[in-house]
Design a protein around this ligand. Structure first.
Ligand SMILES: [Zn+2]
Length: 286
């Protein structure tokens, strides 16, 4: 369902944008599809949770729960988006002055069917993000900021947004610049990014998804739960953000655990929002 809706957003993108414009809605069609799908995943979590205890509750006294997820959704993620817009504004002319950028064909098969270009953009971005993610777990300076995402102690769709803005910007640059260097089209990059964002939410979702078929390609919740384990031999696996293909190729794939795993970093437990957002700038994190 999620996949077919996302593919629908690719096929009917132009028509969808026209319909929204005719209604006076100024939101981008791809963003509309993304928010709808996030809401759809959230509904499944409410009614068919894999683990009823992992859905956040608004009135729970637990400090790392739903209330903090909403702070990230409405404030921290918006701040990250501003930083990313700033980075894009700086990157675009810098690369253009060197003869690179979106829609400047170098190696990119600009005349290929749109769906094929979206798939290519998706797997290229995932290839670079896979290696960057491995580096973020090995290089202390990168772990300072990536660790924020691993402090969560429950998995559900909204937890996909619990990332440090610096980590967000670094992943964005790593995923986007290679595509600009080969002259990928901005339309396919936006569509592939939207599609990937949906899969990112799905990877964290508190739902049971069959791993037959899809599990060869998509990073499903069971795989990603292993990556969020506090045990290093488990978390040093399944580094793909949205696809598991590169883990399968480079030998870091591990199948889902048959038993429920702990989530977090040792010692497992909720940290303050100060630790999540400010401490990485001045204090070495473990
Ligand atoms: Zn990680």
């Amino acid at each position: 369902m999620v996949l077919s809706s996302a593919i629908g957003s690719i096929v009917f993108r132009d028509e969808g944008q026209r319909v929204l414009a005719a209604q006076g809605v100024r939101i981008d069609y791809a963003s509309c599809v993304l928010l709808s799908l996030i809401f759809f995943i959230w509904l499944i979590e409410r009614f068919f949770p894999a683990d009823a205890g992992s859905n956040g509750h608004l009135f729970s006294p637990e400090p790392g729960g739903l209330r903090r997820d909403l702070v990230f959704l409405f404030f921290i993620t918006q701040f990250s988006a501003l930083l990313i817009a700033f980075a894009t504004r700086w990157l675009t002319p810098a690369l253009a002055s060197q003869g690179f950028g979106f829609d400047l064909p170098h190696l990119w098969p600009g005349h290929a069917p749109f769906g094929l270009k979206v798939a290519l953009a998706f797997f290229v971005a995932e290839f670079f993000s896979y290696w960057f993610h491995r580096a973020a777990h090995r290089i202390p300076l990168l772990w300072q900021f990536h660790s924020t995402h691993h402090l969560i102690t429950q998995l559900n769709g909204l937890k996909a947004l619990r990332t440090h803005p610096v980590d967000n910007v670094l992943f964005f640059v790593v995923r986007t610049v290679p595509l600009m260097l080969v002259g990928a089209g901005v339309d396919e990059v936006v569509t592939a990014t939207t599609f990937g964002a949906v899969l990112g939410v799905l990877a964290h979702a508190n739902v049971n998804v069959s791993e037959r078929g899809l599990g060869w390609v998509v990073n499903l919740p069971g795989y990603h739960a292993l990556h969020h384990s506090p045990e290093l031999e488990q978390s040093n696996s399944n580094f793909g953000c949205h696809t598991i293909v590169w883990d399968r190729i480079f030998g870091t794939f591990k199948p889902s655990s048959p038993v429920k795993l702990a989530v977090g970093v040792h010692p497992v437990g909720t940290r303050s929002i100060w630790r999540e957002l400010v401490a990485p700038f001045y204090r070495k994190v473990s």
